[in-house]
Design a protein around this ligand. Structure first.
Ligand code: IPM
Ligand code: MN
Length: 371
């Protein structure tokens, strides 16, 4: 398959982790005979520095032309935490989502058996956790009308949703649930918010066309508790923009590191893939950032184009690196491995997956040829 991929390395650790995902995609090209082409553009703080805008026109044009976008990370601590900043790097991400019509953000939360000890939660609680969050991404309070009075003393952000905005992502979430464990949980605040009551109405109605999917409702405050108390009860969670932002960070804690969580943002015409974490400036250039979220985002990209075997090869290579302890210091404080080495190991295992599987059998038999 030929694919044109737009690369947006962005800020902080973004370029470092993205480079590892590209290594893995190149390994997939080589192993499975595909041809991917890569074109790079700037977004976020680096784009403000270079071009005076967080999302330059040329970057947007490149993304629109591409089959898919692969994103590193966006943000810089100075302007992110300064309420008076004129140009905000993260605006670049919000504009990208809106301009590309990426209304559904898909964030899988899974516990890797080899990392169970990394979780701050007890083993009995987190075992078997495997759910996916469908977060609405182009509406709600993020994009509603904003206002600030002249004195600068009263501010508001409007949370608005239309039936159309709710139903298009609800269909995607129901379809996903149908192919998984057939349970969909709508997370809302329908006891207080009018917009949440519309979500319930629309989602309930759509649910009638998916009779084999069980639909449940959970208020967001209760959901925040349930995700920690009993995460394995969830299969697909559907929710609006802001609640999805919050509970996906919460979900990332279950697996032991936010550096493991990948995401896909999809719309009718475009798709973008990238880690859920931020730009983590403190780690920039230190070769310590975890590249796995970025690499797993590349796996989601492959799945998006129906390249399931290829995505599986990437996932298996990631599993292998974790099993063998080839991981960055966020997962093992004594680790000697850096971002680059972890990326190299995973990419090499994609290329040599067959040989390595054979060798693993030998390891089990005590006849390994490499140890
Ligand atoms: C995320 C991020 C973004 C969001 C920020 C960077 C605007 O936290 O993708 O979860 O809030 O959506
Ligand atoms: Mn977030």
């Amino acid at each position: 398959m030929n694919l044109n991929i737009a690369l947006l390395p962005g800020d902080g650790i973004g370029p470092e982790v993205l480079a590892q995902a590209v290594k893995c995609l190149e390994a997939v090209e080589e192993t499975f005979n595909h041809s991917f082409s890569y074109k790079e553009a700037s977004v976020g703080a680096i784009a403000i520095n270079r071009k005076g805008a967080p999302l330059p026109q040329s970057t947007l044009a490149l993304c629109k032309e591409a089959d898919a976008v692969l994103l590193g990370a966006i943000g810089d601590s100075k302007s992110d935490n300064n309420p008076d900043a004129k140009l905000r790097p993260k605006e670049g991400l919000l504009m990208l989502r809106k301009e590309l019509g990426l209304f559904a953000n898909i964030r899988p939360v899974k516990v890797f058996p080899s990392l169970i000890k990394n979780s701050p939660l007890k083993k009995e609680i987190i075992e078997g956790t495997n759910f996916t969050i469908y977060r609405e991404l182009t509406g709600g309070i993020y994009f509603g009308k904003k206002s600030l009075n002249e004195e600068g003393t009263i501010a508001s952000d409007l949370c608005e949703y239309s039936e159309t905005e709710i139903s298009r992502i609800a269909h995607l979430a129901f379809k996903a649930a149908k192919n998984r464990n057939k349970k969909l949980t709508l997370v809302d605040k329908a006891n207080v918010l009018e917009s949440s009551r519309l979500w319930r109405k629309v989602v309930t109605q759509i649910g009638e066309s998916y009779p084999d999917v069980t639909l449940e409702f959970l208020f967001v405050d209760n959901a925040a508790m349930q995700i920690i108390l009993n995460p394995s009860q969830f299969d697909v969670i559907l929710t609006e923009n802001m609640f999805g932002d919050i509970i996906s960070d919460e979900g990332s804690v279950i697996g032991g590191s936010i550096g493991l969580l990948a995401s896909a943002s999809v719309g009718d015409e475009n798709a973008m893939f990238g880690p859920i974490h931020g730009s983590y400036h403190q780690a920039k250039g230190k070769d310590i950032a975890n590249p796995i979220a970025s690499i797993l985002s590349a796996a989601m990209l492959l799945e998006h184009f129906g390249l399931f075997e290829e995505a599986m090869a990437v996932r298996e290579a990631v599993d292998k690196s974790l099993k063998k302890g080839i991981m960055t210091p966020d997962l093992d404080s004594n680790s000697q491995y850096g971002t680059n080495q972890v990326g190299d190991f995973i990419a090499e295992n994609i290329v040599e997956s067959d040989d390595f599987n054979m060798n693993d059998e030998n390891i089990d038999l005590g006849k390994s040829t490499i140890i």
